[in-house]
Design a protein around this ligand. Structure first.
Ligand SMILES: C[S@@+](CC[C@H](N)C(=O)[O-])C[C@H]1O[C@@H](n2cnc3c(N)ncnc32)[C@H](O)[C@@H]1O
Length: 304
C-alpha cells in the first residue's frame, strides 16, 4: 500500500480535525471531515458549500447533473468515459478566482523543500497507469520522441524502454528529480508562480501529469503552455486518483468528487483552447479495493 504519511513536518498551518497537513487523504474523507470545520478559523472562503452550489450550476449548464446518482454512477463501468461526452461547455470561463485558493497559500517551494521518497498511489494503480502509457505512448524507438513529466518526483510511471529518449521532468524538489532514474533532464520550477514552461514550441510528443493537476492554481495558463510546447497531434495525459495533500489542493477540487474532477480537468483543456475534445478513461485496477485511477487526455489540434 502506498505510504500516506510523507516524512516532513510542516508547522505553519492549523491542523484540521486531527489531519496532518502533509498527509494525503481521500476526497471522500475530506468531505466527511469538512462537516467539522465550522470552528476552524481559516482566512479564506470555506470551500465546502459555495463551491459545490456554484459547481452544480455549472454542471447543469454543461448538460450534466450533479446528483448523488451522477457521482455514484462513476463507479459503474463506462460511466467515467461518458462524463466528457456531449458536454455543452458554457461560453464563459466557469471558474472563479476563489476556486483556485488553497488552505495553505504559503510558497509551494517550502511545502516541497524536503524530499518525500514515498509513492502517492498504491502499486496496482501505478501498474494500471504504466499499462495505459504503454498502450498510448509512441513507440520508444520513434526517432526524436520526447516526453515531459510535469509535477514529477523520484517515481517514474513510464514503461521500460523509454530511458534512451528525451524525458524531461519538472517538479519542486531537486533531490526527488535527481533520484528519478528515467529523466534525461529536469527543471525545478514553481508553476503557480511561473506557469511559463521553459521549452521550445512544438517540442514534445507527450506530456504527463500524475496525481498533481489539483495543485495548479493557474491551470489555464499551464494548459496553454502545454499546448504550445506539444507537437501538433501530441498528447497530454492528466491522471489522478482520489487522494491529495488537501492543504495544497485548490478549493474547487477539495469540495467536489471524482466525477467532478473529470469535468474540471476536461474544462481546463476546453478553455485553454487548441486541444481536441478531452476524453476520460477509468483505469482503476480493482474498483473499491485499490486506489482509483482516472485519466483525462487530449491531443493538440493539428492546426493549433
Ligand atoms: C502528489 S506529488 C506527485 C508526484 C509525482 N507526479 C508522482 O506521481 O509521484 C505532487 C507533485 O506535484 C508537484 N507540484 C506541486 N505543486 C507544484 C507547483 N506549484 N509547481 C510545480 N510542481 C508542483 C510537486 O513537485 C510534487 O512532486
Amino acid at each position: 500500500m502506498a505510504n500516506r504519511f510523507p516524512i516532513i513536518l510542516h508547522h505553519r498551518l492549523p491542523i484540521l480535525a486531527g489531519v496532518h497537513p502533509n498527509s494525503s487523504i481521500s476526497c471522500t474523507q475530506l468531505l466527511k471531515r469538512s462537516k467539522n470545520l465550522s470552528s476552524c478559523r481559516v482566512p479564506r472562503r470555506l470551500v465546502f458549500g459555495i463551491g459545490v452550489s456554484f459547481w452544480a450550476q455549472f454542471m447543469s449548464m454543461a448538460g450534466k447533473s450533479v446528483t448523488t446518482s451522477f457521482i455514484a454512477s462513476a463507479r459503474t463501468k463506462g460511466a467515467v468515459e461518458q462524463i466528457l461526452q456531449n458536454v455543452e461547455w458554457p461560453e464563459q470561463f466557469p471558474f472563479k478566482e476563489e476556486d483556485f485558493q488553497r488552505f495553505d497559500e504559503s510558497s509551494d517551494l517550502v511545502f516541497y523543500e524536503s524530499p518525500r521518497f514515498v509513492t502517492h498511489i498504491d502499486d496496482p494503480a501505478i501498474a494500471a497507469l504504466t499499462k495505459y502509457y504503454k498502450e498510448v505512448f509512441p513507440p520508444s524507438n520513434t526517432p526524436g520522441v520526447a516526453l515531459l513529466d510535469m509535477c514529477s518526483s523520484w517515481v517514474s510511471h513510464f514503461p521500460a524502454g523509454y530511458k534512451q529518449e528525451r524525458i524531461a521532468g519538472m517538479g519542486l524538489n531537486e533531490e526527488e528529480l535527481k533520484a528519478n532514474k528515467v529523466l534525461t533532464e529536469y527543471i525545478v520550477q514553481d508553476l503557480n508562480t511561473n506557469p511559463k514552461l521553459p521549452f521550445e514550441d512544438n517540442s514534445f510528443d507527450v506530456i504527463t501529469n500524475v496525481v498533481s493537476v489539483d495543485y495548479l492554481t493557474k491551470p489555464i495558463e499551464v494548459f496553454k503552455e502545454m499546448r504550445r510546447i506539444l507537437k501538433p497531434g501530441g498528447m497530454a495525459i492528466m491522471s489522478f486518483s482520489n487522494r491529495c495533500f488537501f492543504t495544497k489542493a485548490i478549493s474547487i477540487w477539495t469540495s467536489t468528487g471524482d466525477s467532478d474532477h473529470v469535468m474540471i480537468v476536461g474544462a481546463y483543456f476546453h478553455y485553454a483552447g487548441g486541444f481536441e475534445p478531452p476524453q476520460a478513461v477509468d483505469i482503476s485496477p480493482n474498483p473499491g479495493r485499490s486506489d482509483p485511477m482516472y485519466i483525462v487526455h487530449s491531443r493538440k489540434q493539428a492546426t493549433a
